[in-house]
Design a protein. Structure first.
Length: 445
């Protein structure tokens, strides 16, 4: 089937084409790193605890450190996809077994639907900032249709991004950077107290892509192309995006952005040619919604491998539009915290098992792959460790629960502790111990 050579197979039974080079991957991940959500999200970066704003230097360092840690995790999670040719949730058959892999698959579908709705919401809000007379609902539907079309032809969409969209995004980002550095008020004051929480936030922002990295890396020509594209493209773009966000929040006013996150768009549109260049970023945001809808599609194929992915794409596209129209998606800081707590330790378990214990060999992704219940233990302990060590607030009742747990076990969280690193470290060490214990030869009599 000639179409299958150029595009993603319609079912999991098809052979994935290896057509994406480092420039394709770099362009994809650079575009994913520039997010309209990142501009308003800079508020969480500069004041993650709500009462201890960071200095400009601390915020920028947290952005670089968090991005490098997070993208390294994403890049490593992409490599098994390149080697096996399998999407992310199918890879988890090798880690947990086929049946248990359905659990993280369902969790991933839920979070991807949430992200997809967030993206349609922010696209519509961004377009409304430029064309105020057109209703929000119209932009949601337009963005949903475009997103669905891109997800039906994913490899063609990535090539389109590299050839045309990325150049426009680079020019727009340079234009905004020059303006903000010249016009924004001086960034003074603040402390380094909330630095670990800021790093936590940036890692969570980056690592939210771990569950979908292999969905695109499976089409890379090499593991090096996949890893380099992720780390290089996403890190540079996210640092630039959050850096611009810091200045945009300052120009829009912290109190105003706290009340309405989309008010951060105003400084972009107000500058000379701002509407034009901001329009490029709004149009580019569809690659975020496309990535989420497409990854939801291939995640569903782990559950129903013989269903045509185009059917899933249309159904998911319609569902995300409905969610964006009906659900109030005005805050996502807590959402990121939950994502990090679930998928950071899962990545650590995968990384140790794949790269260290089995060295990429005997990775069974068949539909009858046997269950590996032991791998749930490090994942669960990593999840607990994340919440014991994180300083990033989410929902009051949930945070209060973990405060009570710390008190009950006599654990004192230090200011330097980081939830993402704490969760990953515990999950990795427990995975290593379990793996070594299971492979240890029987003691001779």
């Amino acid at each position: 089937m000639s179409h299958g050579v150029e595009e993603v197979p319609l079912t999991l039974e098809g052979e994935p084409p290896k057509t994406l080079g480092v420039l394709d991957q770099g362009a994809l991940w650079a575009n994913l790193g520039v997010s309209l959500l990142g501009f308003s999200g800079a508020l969480f970066l500069i004041n993650p605890l709500g009462d201890a704003p960071l200095t400009l230097g601390a915020a920028l360092v947290a952005t670089v450190v968090g991005s490098l840690i997070g993208t390294a995790m994403v890049g490593l999670s992409a490599i098994p996809g390149t080697r096996t040719g399998q999407p992310a949730m199918v890879l988890l058959r090798g880690l947990f077994g086929a049946r248990i892999s359905y659990v993280p698959t369902v969790l991933n579908i839920v979070q991807m639907l949430g992200w997809g709705a967030f993206e349609l919401w922010v696209i519509a809000k961004g377009a409304t900032a430029i064309f105020g007379s057109v209703p929000y609902q119209v932009w949601v539907i337009v963005a949903g249709v475009l997103t669905t079309a891109l997800s039906i032809w994913p490899l063609g969409s990535i090539r389109l991004l590299r050839r045309y969209v990325t150049v426009g995004v680079i020019i727009a980002m340079i234009w905004f950077t020059v303006f903000f550095l010249r016009e924004a008020p001086p960034q003074t004051g603040g402390t380094w107290t909330a630095f670990p929480a800021a790093v936590d936030y940036v890692i969570a922002l980056s690592v939210s892509w771990v569950p979908m990295a292999a969905d695109f890396a499976r089409h890379s020509r090499s593991s090096r192309a996949a890893f380099t594209g992720v780390v290089g493209g996403y890190t540079l773009a996210q640092v630039a995006c959050l850096g611009l966000g810091v200045y945009a929040v300052a120009m829009a006013g912290v109190a105003q952005v706290q009340a309405d996150g989309t008010s951060v768009f105003s400084p972009f549109v107000a500058m000379p040619l701002g509407a034009l260049f901001f329009g490029i970023l709004v149009l580019r945001e569809t690659d975020q919604s496309f990535a989420n809808v497409y990854s939801t599609t291939v995640s569903l194929q782990n559950l129903l491998p013989r269903v045509d992915r185009r059917v899933f794409s249309v159904l998911i596209g319609v569902l995300t539009v409905v969610i964006a129209l009906l659900v109030d998606v005005t805050s996502y800081g807590a959402f990121l915290g939950v994502i990090g707590a679930v998928f950071v330790p899962m990545f650590a378990v995968l990384a140790v098992d794949y790269f260290v214990l089995r060295r990429g060999e005997s990775w069974n992704t068949a539909q009858d792959a046997p269950s590996r219940w032991s791998m749930l233990v490090p994942w669960a302990l990593g999840f607990v460790a994340y919440w014991l060590t994180t300083s990033t607030p989410t929902v009051e009742a949930w945070d209060g629960l973990w405060t009570s747990v710390r008190e009950a076990i006599g654990f004192t969280r230090q200011t330097w502790m980081n939830g993402a690193l704490g969760g990953a470290l515990v999950a990795a060490l427990v995975t290593l111990l379990i793996g070594l214990a299971l492979r240890r030869p029987a003691v001779r009599r």
